[in-house]
Design a protein around this ligand. Structure first.
Ligand SMILES: NC(=O)c1ccc[n+]([C@@H]2O[C@H](COP(=O)([O-])OP(=O)(O)OC[C@H]3O[C@@H](n4cnc5c(N)ncnc54)[C@H](OP(=O)(O)O)[C@@H]3O)[C@@H](O)[C@H]2O)c1
Length: 277
C-alpha cells in the first residue's frame, strides 16, 4: 500500500512518515522543495504545492490514502482551494483521508468533513515542538519570557500526533471521527520551564511578559498579526479548566501519550550551549 503524506517535512509529518514505514507501507511525500526534504531512504519524494491543485493530482495516483495539512505557505495561511483538493482526491479514487487542523479556519476542513470521503480530522492542541521557540533565548541568556504564565495547557508530542494519523490512515474504524489530541498532563509555563531546566541540567530563569510586551516582540519578529491575536485568544485570560486532557491518543494508538519531560530530554541539545538547534 502506498500513502501520500503532505507536510511530510514538518514536525508532525516526519513522524507520520516514520510510522507508515515502520508498519511496512510505501510512502510518497509531497514537498515544495525535494532538494531540502531530507526524508528517509525509500520514501518517494515528489514536488508539489498544496495551493496548486494541478501539482497534487499526479501525486494522488495509485495511493490508498492521503494525509493532508492545511497550509498554503510557511506562515500557515489556510488553503483557498479546499473543494478542488477534495475533488482531486475523489477523482483519484483514494480510499482514506486524514486532515491535520490548521491555524485558522479555511476552506479545506469544511470541504473534507462535508464530503463522502473516508476522512478523519485530527485536531491537536499546542505542539510540544512549539517550545523550540525558547531554544535560542535559553542557549543565549538562560531565560524564558512568556505572557500568560498561569495558563495550563496539555501540550501534545508530535510523535503521538503522527501515530494517531498513521493509525487512522491505515486501520479501519476512524472514518468520520474528529480527534482532539492532547498530551498527558496540564502544565503552566513555570512548570514547563522547570521540566526543561531538569532536562538540560541548568537552571532556566522565567519572566512573565505583559500582553503588550508580547505583541511588540512578535511584531518585531515579523509574526503575522492574525497569529499574534490567535495566541492571545488561545492562551490569554482562559478560564480555569478551559483546557482538559483527552484520552484520545491512547484510545487510538493503544499507548499513553508521551510526557513533556520525555520531549525535553529528546530535544535537550537544542537548548544547550555550544550545540545549537
Ligand atoms: N504548532 C501547533 O501548536 C499546531 C497546533 C495545531 C495545528 N497545527 C498545524 O499543523 C500543521 C503542520 O505543522 P508542523 O509543525 O508539522 O509544520 P512545520 O514543521 O512548520 O512544517 C510546515 C510544513 O508545511 C508544508 N507546507 C507549507 N506550505 C505548503 C504548501 N503550499 N504546499 C505543500 N506543503 C506545504 C511544508 O512542506 P515543504 O516545506 O516541504 O513544502 C512543511 O512540511 C500546520 O498546518 C499547523 O497550522 C499546529
Amino acid at each position: 500500500m502506498t500513502y501520500l503524506v503532505t507536510g511530510a517535512t514538518g514536525s508532525v509529518g516526519r513522524h507520520v512518515v516514520a510510522y507508515l514505514l515502520e508498519a511496512g507501507h510505501r510512502v510518497r511525500a509531497l514537498t515544495r522543495d525535494p532538494g531540502r526534504a531530507r526524508l528517509p531512504e525509500g520514501v518517494e519524494v515528489v514536488q508539489g504545492d498544496l495551493g496548486r491543485t494541478e501539482t497534487l493530482r499526479p501525486a494522488l495516483k495509485g495511493v490508498e490514502g492521503v494525509h493532508l495539512i492545511d497550509a498554503a505557505d510557511s506562515a500557515y495561511a489556510p488553503l483557498r482551494n479546499g473543494p478542488e483538493i477534495v475533488e482531486a482526491i475523489r477523482e483519484a479514487g483514494v480510499g482514506k483521508v486524514t486532515l491535520l487542523s490548521g491555524w485558522s479556519p479555511g476552506t479545506l476542513e469544511p470541504a473534507v468533513t462535508g464530503s463522502d470521503l473516508a476522512w478523519t480530522y485530527v485536531q491537536p492542541t499546542e505542539f510540544m515542538a512549539n517550545a523550540l521557540a525558547w531554544a535560542e533565548p535559553v542557549r543565549e541568556r538562560g531565560l524564558i519570557e512568556e505572557p500568560f504564565a498561569a495558563t495550563k495547557t496539555a501540550m501534545v508530542h508530535e510523535a503521538d500526533i503522527g501515530a494517531v494519523i498513521a493509525t487512522a490512515l491505515t486501520e479501519d474504524g476512524h472514518e468520520g471521527h474528529s480527534y482532539g489530541l492532547t498530551g498527558p498532563e496540564l502544565l503552566d509555563v513555570p512548570a514547563k520551564v522547570r521540566i526543561l531546566s531538569e532536562a538540560i541540567g541548568r537552571e532556566i530563569a522565567f519572566r512573565e511578559l505583559t500582553v503588550d510586551e508580547m505583541r511588540e516582540r512578535h511584531r518585531a519578529q515579523g509574526v503575522p498579526e492574525e497569529m499574534i491575536e490567535f495566541q492571545i485568544e488561545v492562551f490569554g485570560n482562559v478560564p480555569e479548566g478551559a483546557y482538559q486532557v483527552t484520552p484520545t491518543v491512547e484510545e487510538v494508538t493503544g499507548r499513553p501519550p508521551r510526557t513533556f519531560a520525555r520531549w525535553a530530554a529528546e530535544h535537550a541539545a537544542a537548548f544547550s550551549r555550544g550545540r545549537g538547534a
